[in-house]
Design a protein around this ligand. Structure first.
Ligand SMILES: *Cc1c(COP(=O)(O)O)cnc(C)c1O
Length: 427
């Protein structure tokens, strides 16, 4: 079985996370259950810190916006990349200072822009339209807002098309050929200080060449913008570093490889220009992906066209396999030391054919009541969950060195009804 020292281990044939037995957690808190190991978050964040000692690390809050997780990262000194007023609100509440936040997004509301201005947060502007709206809002508020333009560097990455964001046809960013003119325009607009430049080429990227290519393209743009007399204070290269979901022994890049791909280019080119902008990175998946497992109990085992194992978590809680054809390594957590006995397809309880969490896995013989752990569920897992099929969301537990505490209570049917009202004619 796959293990990571001090994070995922096997003891007495049980899967252990952060020195806590998963079967104990399942019994104590019920399933389905998301379990996150705090120590692993800190370790992953430190790996980025160490690889990029001069850079600012802005955690991409959308990967996992749970409040305790934001708090852990705030304490480690992370900034955050936020995509909505909700994420902005929670990041500030968690203790991330406003000067370490970047408000991203291709379609922000006027309300969101107002909040960014009022709270003194940098904005990544995604269109000319937004630039003018923001200028008006800042002017009215009597404030000056620092902005970056999100640019589309037109770099292709070998990742799933749904998570490739830097292609020419992507909805994100200003096309490269318009970048110079938009900085020129921004430099004379009231309330706007164009101080940065921003890109993000995609997610789950396992080859560092596109990062290097994007750095070159971004530095070409920085050079052109500098020629306008605008000296940029920060260059935000986004992130997108992938993690080894498959556990097939393939070497995958680490933050140090990410740094080796971009730092030499960044340093050489800024030096040649005689400028020293701050480098910003926005890792999400790498920081939280492997820190978390989703535990689910087996409700039924059925021999049909396939050996189906029906568990109590479905795409309502983990939509990645359904949406992105993603792979999550599965472990029978209460039989973690047993050899494979059968090939199983693990499915959820949702009324959709696509509700499949894991296809054709060789696993120990499974029966009703067994505990399945899906690994690497920390990024785009709970944060993409829903109540589809009338299913309250599950609890989240944080473990740390043998201790466990709930960081989000399980919802119940009251939460399904929480905001619903009957019109007068149906009461
Ligand atoms: C999603 C996103 C990230 C994080 O991507 P990961 O693949 O999770 O590292 C960073 N920056 C921006 C702008 C994003 O949209």
């Amino acid at each position: 079985m796959f293990t990571i020292k001090n994070h995922l281990e096997i003891r007495n044939a049980h899967l252990i996370i952060g020195k806590v037995d998963t079967t104990v957690l399942a019994e104590r808190y019920g399933t389905p259950l998301y379990v996150t190991n705090e120590s692993r978050i800190v370790e992953n964040f430190m790996a980025y810190r160490k690889a990029f000692p001069e850079a600012d690390i802005y955690y991409a809050a959308k990967a996992n916006g749970s409040f305790a997780i934001l708090r852990i990262l705030a304490r480690e000194g992370a900034g955050a990349d936020v995509f909505s007023y909700g994420e902005l609100y929670m990041a500030l509440l968690a203790g991330i200072p406003h000067e370490k936040l970047l408000f991203n997004g291709n379609s922000k509301t006027d309300f969101e822009l107002k909040k960014a201005v009022e709270l003194g947060v940098k904005v990544s502007v995604d269109s000319r339209d937004e630039l003018h709206t923001l200028s008006e809002i800042a002017q009215k508020a009597g404030k000056d807002v620092e902005i970056a333009f999100r640019v589309n560097p037109d770099v292709s990455t070998k990742t799933h098309p749904k998570i490739s964001t830097g292609l020419r046809t992507s909805k994100f960013g200003i096309p490269s050929e318009e970048v110079v003119s938009i900085y020129r325009e921004a430099s004379v607009l009231p309330g706007i200080s164009p101080t940065g430049i921003h890109c993000h080429i995609g997610s789950q990227i396992l080859d560092t060449a596109p990062f290097r290519e994007a750095t070159h393209k971004m530095m070409d743009l920085v050079e052109k913008v500098a020629a306008l007399g605008i000296e940029l204070k920060f260059v935000d290269m986004g992130s997108g570093l992938g993690i080894p979901y498959k556990k097939d022994g393939t070497q995958t890049p680490e933050p140090q490889d990410h740094a080796d791909a971009i730092l030499p280019v960044f340093e050489e080119r800024t030096k040649a220009l005689g400028i020293s902008p701050k480098l910003i990175l926005e890792p999400g998946r790498y920081i939280v992906g492997d820190t978390t497992i989703l535990l689910a109990h087996v409700n039924t085992v059925k021999k049909a066209a396939k050996n189906f194992v029906g568990v109590d978590a479905g795409f309502n809680l983990l939509i990645r396999p359904t949406m992105y054809d993603s792979y999550h390594y599965a472990v029978v957590a209460n039989k973690a030391a047993s050899p494979p006995g059968e090939t199983y397809t693990i499915v959820g309880p949702i009324c959709e054919t696509g509700d499949i969490l894991a296809h054709d896995r060789a696993l120990p013989r499974i029966e009703k009541g067994d505990l399945i752990a899906l690994l690497d569920a920390g990024a785009y897992g709970f944060s993409m969950s829903s109540q589809y099929n009338g299913r309250p969301r599950c609890a989240e537990v944080l473990v740390k060195n043998g201790e466990a505490e709930v960081i989000r209570s399980a919802e119940d049917v009251g939460d399904l009804m929480a905001k619903q009202r009957l019109p007068s004619w149906l009461v």
